[in-house]
Write a protein that binds this ligand. Structure first.
Ligand code: G3I
Ligand code: 9MR
Length: 590
C-alpha cells in the first residue's frame, strides 16, 4: 500500500525526466513484446533500483520489480542493470519507469506487435526498385519518379567479349538499388535473394498471407515473391547469353551525388564477369527455380528458365573457377576507372558450396554435390556478402532428403554443428552487456553490424526449426529487441519503427526527397568503430559507435543484404507460434 501512495510523485518526476533525453537511458524494444515471450529492458547506471511498469492510459502501476545489476559495457564503464518483466503478459500499452533514471518510451504488449514491421521490412525492397515510378497508393508520401532506366547499359572494357565489344550496349533494367547508392551488384543481390527465398521456403503458408501493398498485390502470387521477381528478372539480364558468365555489377563509374534517382544521366556500365558473381547467380537461380516450380501457371516457363540459367552459370564457373573481381587492378588496365562498391571477395570456396548445394537440391543430381568439397572444416561462418557457406548448409538441413541416399549418408551431422553455433550464441548472450547474442564480442561491430545481429537471429531460428527448443527462439527474439532499441545507442535501428529511429540515413532518396521522415522499414548498418568514412562518432566503444548522420555511411547507410535478414528474422518470429501464444509446437517446424 505504502508503495502505491508514493508512486504518483515518482511517476510525475519520472515523466518530467523522460521529456529530456533520459528515456534513451532505458534500452528496450521500442515496439514491444509478444505477451508470452521474454521481456527485458536495460538501464544505464541505475544499480538495483526498483522499476515500475505503468499503463499509459492511466499511469497506474501494472507490475513492479527490482533491477538486476549487470557487468559494465566495454570501455564505456557504463554500469547496466536489467529489468525483467517477462512474467507480465497483459496486452496493452506501457512505459517502464525507474525513479532514478526516468521513463522509457512507450511500448506495447500484444499479439500483433511486429505485424506492421514484418511487412515493412519486405516493403523496403519495393522502395528500392530502380526503373519504375513509385506511386502514391503504394509509396504514400515517398512516391517518386522512376530511377535509372538501365535500358541502354554500356559494356565496360573490362567486360568486353567477342559478341559484346566495349562500348556496345545491353538491356538490363529493373531490380533493386543495392543500398544508399544507386548501383546494382550481383554478389550482394545473391545473399539478399538467398535469404528472402529461404524465408519463402521455410514458411510457405505464412508468406502467402503477407500483404505488402505493392502494385502486384492483387495477382495470384505471394507479394514477397512478386517483390523477389523484380530483382530476379534483373539478375537474369546480367548473364551473358553467349557463354553463361555473369557480370559482377551494373554501375556508374563514380557514385552519384545525394540526389533523387534518375536525375543524373551518367553512363551506366556492366563490368567484368567474375566467378563469385556467376556462382552467386547460379545459387539464386537454382533456388528460385525450386521455389517457382509450383507457380507454373502464373509464371509459365520461368522456373525452367531459371534452372537453365543456373546450369549455364555453373558451367562457366567450372571453366573459370577463380576469376576474381579486383577493382583496383582493373582500374590500372581499363578506362573509365570504376570507383563504386567493390564486393571483391578473394575466397570463393563458400560460393562454390552454395551454388553446388542449390543445384544439387533442385535437380537431385549428385554430380553437383560431388564437384566441391562441402566440408573443408567444421566451421559455421555467419552469412555475409563475402561468405555464403551457411546458406548452403541451411538448404541441406531443410532439403537433404532431395539428395540420393548415397550422398545423404556422407553428409556430416549438420544439425550437431548448427546447434553448436546456436549454443555459442546463447553463451554470447550471457556475456553481452545487452544480454543478447549480439554483442557477445566486439568483433560483432563491423560495417553492417546490424546484419550480424539479424543473421545470428536466423541461425537461432534454424536451430529452433530443427529442435523446437524455445531457448533458441527466445534468443532470436532478443536480437530483434537489440535492433529495436535494447542496444548501446538507444536507437531503434529501423527507420520509422520505434520512438528514436534514424532520421538521417545514408540513403540518397531519403536525403533528397524533401520529406522529413526517411523511407520506412530500412535497417541501418549500425555500430562500427571503423570510421571508414572519417565521420566523427559519439563514442569509440564498439557497441556505441554509431551516428545518425547522413555522411556516416559506415554506420548509417542502409543495404538490401541487411534488410533481408531483418525481414527473415521478424517474419519468422511472426510465422512461428509467438503470434498466437507461446507454444513451441509449430506445424511448420521440423
Ligand atoms: O572482414 C574484416 C574483419 O575480419 C575485421 O575484423 C573487420 C574489422 O573492421 O573488418 C572486416 O572487413 C570489413 C568488411 O566490410 C566486413 O564485412 C572491412 O573493413 C570493410 O571495409 C568492409 O566494408 C564493406 C564496404 O562496402 C566497403 O567495401 C561492407 O562490408 C559492405 O557492406 C559495403 O557495401 C557497400 C557497397 O560497397 C556499395 N553500396 C553500399 C554498400 C553498403 O555500405
Ligand atoms: O554513397 C556511397 C556508399 O553507398 C558506399 O557504401 C560508400 C563506400 O563505398 O561510399 C559512398 O560514397 C561516398 C564516396 O565513397 C566518397 N565520396 C562521398 C560519397 C558519399 O557521399
Amino acid at each position: 500500500m505504502k508503495i502505491f501512495l508514493s508512486l504518483p510523485f515518482f511517476w510525475i518526476l519520472g515523466t518530467a525526466i523522460a521529456a529530456g533525453q533520459q528515456a534513451s537511458q532505458i534500452r528496450l524494444n521500442q515496439l514491444g513484446y509478444y505477451p508470452r515471450c521474454p521481456k527485458v529492458a536495460l538501464v544505464a547506471d541505475a544499480g538495483t533500483a526498483k522499476f515500475f511498469l505503468r499503463d499509459t492510459r492511466d499511469g497506474k502501476v501494472a507490475y513492479s520489480g527490482a533491477l538486476n545489476k549487470q557487468k559494465q559495457n566495454g570501455e564505456s564503464g557504463q554500469g547496466m542493470s536489467l529489468a525483467d518483466f517477462s512474467s507480465f503478459t497483459r496486452p496493452g500499452r506501457y512505459e517502464l519507469s525507474i525513479p532514478e533514471a526516468g521513463t522509457s518510451y512507450p511500448f506495447s504488449i500484444g499479439a500483433g506487435v511486429y505485424k506492421e514491421l514484418a511487412s515493412a521490412s519486405v516493403k523496403a525492397f519495393y522502395y528500392q526498385r530502380v526503373s519504375e515510378a513509385l506511386s502514391a497508393p503504394y509509396a504514400g508520401k515517398w512516391a517518386r519518379a522512376a530511377g535509372h532506366p538501365d535500358t541502354s547499359v554500356l559494356i565496360h572494357p573490362s567486360a568486353a567479349s567477342e559478341g559484346r565489344p566495349a562500348g556496345s550496349r545491353i538491356f538490363s533494367p529493373g531490380g533493386w538499388y543495392d543500398a544508399g547508392d544507386y548501383n546494382k551488384y550481383i554478389v550482394n543481390s545473391g545473399i539478399t535473394m538467398g535469404t528472402l527465398l529461404s524465408l519463402c521456403e521455410d514458411f510457405p503458408d505464412y508468406v502467402s498471407g503477407l500483404d505488402l501493398n505493392i502494385p502486384e498485390s492483387n495477382n495470384r502470387l505471394p507479394d514477397i515473391l512478386d517483390e523477389v521477381l523484380c530483382n530476379l528478372r534483373w539478375m537474369l539480364t546480367m548473364q551473358d547469353p553467349s557463354d553463361g558468365g555473369v557480370y559482377h555489377k551494373l554501375t556508374n563509374a563514380e557514385f552519384d551525388g545525394m540526389v533523387m534517382p534518375g536525375i543524373t544521366k551518367a553512363d551506366r556500365y556492366v563490368v567484368q564477369k567474375g566467378t563469385a558473381a556467376t556462382l552467386d547467380f547460379a545459387a539464386v537461380t537454382a533456388q528460385a527455380a525450386r521455389v517457382l516450380r509450383k507457380y507454373g501457371k502464373e509464371l509459365p516457363g520461368l522456373s525452367d528458365s531459371c534452372l537453365k540459367a543456373s546450369v549455364r552459370a555453373w558451367g562457366w564457373a567450372r571453366s573459370k573457377p577463380a576469376l576474381l573481381y579486383d577493382q583496383e587492378r582493373n582500374n590500372t588496365l581499363y578506362k573509365p576507372a570504376v570507383n563504386t562498391g567493390g564486393y571483391g571477395d578473394r575466397d570463393l570456396s563458400d560460393e562454390w558450396i552454395w551454388a553446388a548445394a542449390e543445384l544439387a537440391v533442385t535437380t537431385g543430381d549428385d554430380a553437383y554435390y560431388r564437384a566441391v568439397n562441402f566440408f573443408p572444416d567444421e566451421k559455421m561462418p555467419l552469412p555475409s556478402w563475402g561468405n555464403v557457406r551457411l546458406l548452403a548448409y541451411y538448404t541441406l538441413l531443410r532439403s537433404r532428403a532431395k539428395l540420393s541416399p548415397a550422398i545423404q549418408v556422407g553428409i556430416p551431422d549438420l544439425k550437431v554443428r548448427l546447434l553448436k553455433l546456436a549454443e555459442q550464441l546463447l553463451a554470447a548472450a550471457r556475456t553481452s552487456p545487452f544480454k543478447t547474442p549480439m554483442g557477445g564480442t566486439d568483433h560483432d561491430f563491423i560495417w553492417g553490424s546490424n546484419a550480424v545481429a539479424a543473421n545470428q537471429g536466423i541461425a537461432l531460428i534454424q536451430a529452433y526449426l530443427r529442435t523446437g527448443a524455445k531457448k533458441y527462439l527466445d534468443a532470436a527474439a532478443a536480437n530483434l529487441d537489440y535492433l529495436l532499441g535494447r542496444n548501446g545507442t538507444g536507437y531503434s535501428f529501423i527507420t520509422g519503427y520505434g520512438s528514436k529511429t534514424p532520421m538521417h540515413p545514408h540513403h540518397r532518396p531519403s536525403a533528397a526527397d524533401g520529406i522529413e521522415e526517411p523511407v520506412p522499414g530500412l535497417l541501418v548498418g549500425g555500430p562500427n568503430p571503423g570510421q571508414q568514412d572519417r565521420v566523427p562518432l559519439p563514442s569509440a566503444v564498439p557497441s556505441e559507435a554509431y551516428a545518425d548522420d547522413e555522411r556516416s555511411y559506415a554506420t548509417n547507410e542502409i543495404a538490401i543484404n541487411w534488410n533481408a535478414p531483418l525481414a527473415y528474422l521478424v517474419n519468422a518470429l511472426e510465422a512461428l507460434q509467438y503470434r498466437s501464444g507461446y507454444s513451441p509446437a509449430s506445424k511448420q517446424a521440423f
